[in-house]
Ligand binder design. Structure first.
Ligand code: FES
Length: 97
């Protein structure tokens, strides 16, 4: 099963397999739509703001939440794209770093 990930502000839609980390978007397009580095939740290159479908990305584990807080994103609306998994349709925006 695939789900649609929509990237704002351009509204680009990409279908990803159930349970994929959002950074798997790189395999579906030739555009670098979500920046990433380590893919292990350690570099902070892949922070996205969740616009819609927060529940579709699963719960933040404590390590992800702590690291986001260290990066200044303690509001609960941000995720590490490499750590959350797409479980249903969602819309996110890559943050300006
Ligand atoms: S790619 Fe490094 S934290 Fe997500």
């Amino acid at each position: 099963m695939k789900h649609t990930l929509t990237l704002m502000p351009d509204g680009v839609e990409v279908a990803l397999a159930q349970g994929s980390p959002l950074t798997d978007i790189e395999y579906e397009t030739s555009e670098p739509l979500i920046p990433f580095g380590c893919r292990s939740g350690a570099c902070g290159a892949c922070v996205v703001e969740v616009i819609d479908g927060a529940e579709a990305l699963g719960e933040r584990d404590p390590e992800e939440a702590d690291f986001l807080e260290d990066l200044g994103w303690a509001d609960g609306n941000h995720r590490l794209a490499c750590q959350c998994r797409l479980l249903a349709a969602a819309t996110v925006r890559v943050v300006d770093q």
